[in-house]
Unconditional design. Structure first.
Length: 371
């Protein structure tokens, strides 16, 4: 979910220079620092009665320094803390979402390094606009599909000043190895080999934009040995999207074909009757429609599906399939409320049971403050 207080069209708190929802706390002699944050009270109601508190807080900053007339330095950091945990709970969840530093060279582009958004998300973000759900085709630290670590990214807007509306990005990701059993390192399923990717976006005019991206990475040794998703293949993904937006209407469609990227199951549980792994091949289709009324209400309708076409012993299986109906209401630029209802279309079978894929309908209600 990426809720925007004006209109659910861009990821919340993914700020660029001069972000509209940031508090400027310093701006002098070419140095600028902006503080941004979100506090959301969110509750889930599920058809199986496993209701839950999903509240969270995010805090971040964006810094800029003008080195000379052609060169600008910048840095961004964002942290998130879950609010559903007790103060004595040792499992309190707190994590760094973003943290990178870079240089911008006039119209020659920018280069940064750190924990950032992968280039695949340049395309996946077209449909990651639902009031609460969505954005779940691939998770964080899944190679270059969402937020990830060890990313070196080059971006160029306007193609060196030669083609208005043509933006390109090149990205390299270094190896993130799993930690040892007695360490606090990342789990093996969240590890990755080195890889590269690129994205391209073009403004077609009249409110239309198109984007495409691909990535290719080596797999970790542990992933190659898993019962489901074994082998020496690479992790590859190809994604394309088209969107239309004007003052009130937003329409988008995204399609991704991935190899050894789509995950299923709970990797943390080790019961003998449960399974987890990677789909050798999967297709993801997402379609979103939203409309902003003049009285600040934005209804939202979406169809989301990821189908794995090659899983050991199970062949073709849906990993997720649902219709999403929701709405967001903006009280002003800082305060919003939303409701979102996920109608699950998955059918139960041996695979969904063993992979612990949820089939319940879920409603979410939330109130968000953002600056």
């Amino acid at each position: 979910m990426k809720l925007h207080l004006k209109y659910s069209l861009i990821p919340a708190l993914v700020f660029t220079a001069g972000g509209a929802y940031a508090a400027e706390i310093y701006n002098k002699e070419g140095h600028k620092l902006e503080l941004n944050g979100t506090l959301a009270g969110v509750h889930y109601f599920k058809s199986d009665n496993s209701n839950s508190d999903q509240s969270y807080m995010r805090l971040g900053f964006l810094g800029e320094t003008q080195i000379n007339s052609q060169l600008t330095g910048y840095a961004q950091w964002q942290h998130q803390a879950q609010l559903d945990r007790g103060e004595k709970d040792e499992a309190r969840e707190s994590t760094t979402r973003l943290g990178f530093v870079g240089l911008k060279f006039a119209h020659y582009g920018s280069f940064d390094y750190g924990r950032n958004w992968g280039v695949l998300y340049d395309v996946l973000s077209y449909t990651d606009k639902l009031p609460e759900f969505g954005g779940d085709a691939f998770g964080v630290d899944d190679y270059m599909s969402q937020r990830a670590s060890n990313l070196a990214t080059y971006r160029n807007k306007g193609f060196f000043g030669l083609v208005d509306g043509l933006d390109v990005a090149l990205q390299y990701q270094g190896v993130n190895t799993p930690g040892k059993k007695d360490s606090k390192g990342r789990a093996d399923h969240a590890a990755n080999g080195s890889g590269y990717g690129m994205s391209i976006e073009y403004d077609l005019g009249r409110g239309f934009k198109a984007a495409g991206a691909f990535s290719s990475s080596g797999r970790s040794d542990g992933q190659k040995k898993m019962e489901y998703g074994s082998g020496d293949g690479r992790v590859n993904a190809y994604s394309g999207a088209l969107k239309y937006s004007d003052k009130n209407l937003y329409l988008a469609m995204m399609y991704t074909q991935s190899y050894n990227l789509a995950q299923f199951g709970d990797f943390k549980k080790s019961e003998s009757d449960k399974i987890s792994g990677f789909a050798h091949k999967a297709q993801t289709l997402e379609m979103v429609a939203q409309y902003l009324f003049d009285f600040s209400l934005t209804p939202s309708l979406a169809y989301i599906q990821t189908m794995a076409s090659d899983i050991e012993k199970y062949g073709r299986q849906d990993l997720r399939k649902y219709i999403d109906i929701g709405a967001a209401y903006n009280f002003n630029k800082n305060m919003a409320a939303h409701i979102d209802y996920k109608i699950n279309l998955l059918s139960g079978n041996t695979f969904t049971d063993r992979a612990q894929i949820k089939r319940d309908n879920t409603a979410a209600v939330g109130l968000t403050y953002q600056f």
